[in-house]
Design a binder for this molecule. Sequence first.
Ligand SMILES: [Zn+2]
Length: 361
Amino acid sequence: MISRRDFLQTSMAAAALYGGSGFGNWGRLAAQQSLTQRKLLEFDTFGNVSLIHITDIHAQLKPIFFREPEINIGVGDNRGQVPHVTGSDFRKLYGIDDGSASAYALSYNDFTALAQGYGRVGGLDRVATVVNHIRSDRPDALLLDGGDTWHGSYTCHHTAGQDMVNVMNTLRPDAMTFHWEFTLGSNRITEIVEKLPFAALGQNIFDSEWDEPADLFPPYKFFDTGGVKVAVIGQAFPYMPIANPGWMFPEYSFGIRDENMQVMVNEVRAQGAELVVCLSHNGFDVDKQMAGIVKGIDVILSGHTHDALPEPVLVGSTMLIASGSNGKFVTRLDLDVRDGEVKGFSHKLIPIFSDVIAPDP
Ligand SMILES: [Zn+2]
């Protein structure tokens, strides 16, 4: 039933990457083949570091029908730029065929007809299968959760986030940042975060009384993976008290805090970080802006705006990755890091077709 073009891996040497060429071939490079779990998970291991990115799961435990938005408005310079490109324009940009699996996963046209063929997407048990597969290949791959995780379903609401916390813990993330989680209220957040078996990061989460970084949320954490010293810096949603009721977390203040981000980047570099990753919930356009202002971030794993991009977007030498929402995608990014520099990368936006990927038992 499921056939046509497949999702594929984009690989590039650093020279090609920073030269800006080679993009736009995504769909064209895809082979005509049937969609199988093996094909969806297929990846030629590259370099020495693997990052796995998931974000904006919104407590979506089970597979769903999820259609990409028809309208994605870009303001000012961002008008007409990725990710504010949808439908047929998006498919043309990435060379995706009408009616293909890629078209179903990444754009909104013919959604009803294609949904009958390709079925549901997401499901954290399927995400677990993908994460386990990547770890079987690269055991010390870092799993990074961009937030908006413990919010958005009845059971999540009913258990004050506990059901999602329990499920996510079984995936063993290495770090996470936050947005809607804060609407659980400061007390509940403290209760959960104190027991988390992984890092809860946010360089822009400040104690509002003292205007100092909040103790509960360290700005960054170091990981040794593939012989590379990796710093992951967290960036929580900046506009928290504007978009969400501030009375639920009066102890905290947020903001983008580009200056503090630069201080953090310099600090981790001074401590020997060879790769600097920002796990962000800024939203794509704010991340683009931040990448232009803050120097020295290698990769921004972007969240909040739910964009799913089949290729990284470059701002200077900073690579921006967008991994969709609701458990519909997992991004795998392999990097070749040597002498404190990214020499090349291999990237794949893996769609979680629920009928193709087996649930993890
Ligand atoms: Zn958000």
